[in-house]
Write a protein that binds this ligand. Structure first.
Ligand code: ADP
Ligand code: ADP
Length: 232
């Protein structure tokens, strides 16, 4: 089944002289249970695509289908509900709340939704991500790799069907990056999740089932089982 489909997606920023065509009629389909990397030079439209697909920003034209329903016409409240229940986000800069412990950060999406945590799932995430001993620490007491693992646990705590990751390994060393990417890959296999990850790193992309390459607001390549050498 198709998890997300974008049809003739256009996103312009500004207007008149200063208009930027960030997405120029993009057509793309993400199968459920697949891990896709989005690559391409800075400014080519990768983040814009993710933000629009995730309903964080509206498209100028075109349609987006989420599990078969058109989300383009949803209002802000409906989009918030969709994000809360179906989508997890992982950012390059972690975006953890500094005043809260690792555990509180992980549970934040459920706290905000007024939902009860599934303790077994929480324990599985914490143990698999090696965070057991760090649960009481605040973000500034954690290494970059640990902070990103907390952010990943937070993105997965509500078992979203889709996870968007924007340069999730951009601030990590190669050892932490490999751990994070292996975990994402495993999570796709075990939960049947759909992951869309923006990355500049061809090694990171090689963990994905598929790589899409952007240039100037368009898809210029679409590769199954990408190899790091091939994506350089
Ligand atoms: P990438 O993620 O590939 O680096 P982006 O999607 O961030 O590319 O940007 C695509 C183009 O849109 C760039 O020219 C960028 O400067 C422009 N852009 C992105 N966000 C905005 C914004 N909020 N306002 C104006 N221009 C933007
Ligand atoms: P990324 O490569 O992750 O998109 P950027 O530094 O390009 O990071 O952008 C950071 C934020 O600024 C994003 O939310 C993006 O939408 C916005 N942005 C990017 N380019 C522009 C621009 N030319 N004008 C205004 N906002 C922009």
């Amino acid at each position: 089944p198709v998890a997300i489909e974008a049809i003739d997606l256009v996103k312009d920023y500004g207007r008149g002289e200063g208009i930027v065509h960030a997405l120029r009629h993009v057509n793309v389909r993400f199968e459920q249970g697949k891990f896709t990397a989005i690559m391409g030079p800075s400014g080519s439209g990768k983040s814009t695509l993710m933000h629009v697909l995730a309903g964080l920003d509206s498209a100028t034209a075109g349609n987006i289908y989420f599990a078969g329903s058109n989300i383009t016409k949803l209002n802000d409240k409906q989009l918030t509900m969709l994000r809360r229940h179906e989508v997890g986000f992982i950012f390059q800069s972690f975006n953890l709340l500094p005043m809260f412990s690792a555990e509180q950060n992980i549970l934040m999406p459920l706290t905000l939704a007024g939902a009860k945590p599934d303790r077994a799932w929480f324990d599985m995430l914490v143990n698999t991500l090696g965070l057991r001993e760090r649960l009481g620490h605040r973000p500034n007491e954690l290494s970059g790799g640990q902070q990103q693992r907390v952010a990943i646990a937070r993105a997965l705590i509500s078992k979203p069907s889709v996870v968007f990751a924007d340069e999730p390994t951009g601030n990590l060393d190669s050892v932490s990056s490999a751990e994070v990417l292996s975990f994402l890959k495993q999570s796709v296999r075990e939960l049947g999740q759909t992951i869309v990850m923006v990355t500049h790193d061809s090694v990171a992309a090689s963990y994905a089932d598929r790589a899409i390459v952007f240039a100037d607001g368009r898809i210029v390549a679409d590769v199954e089982a990408p190899k790091a050498e091939q994506m350089n």
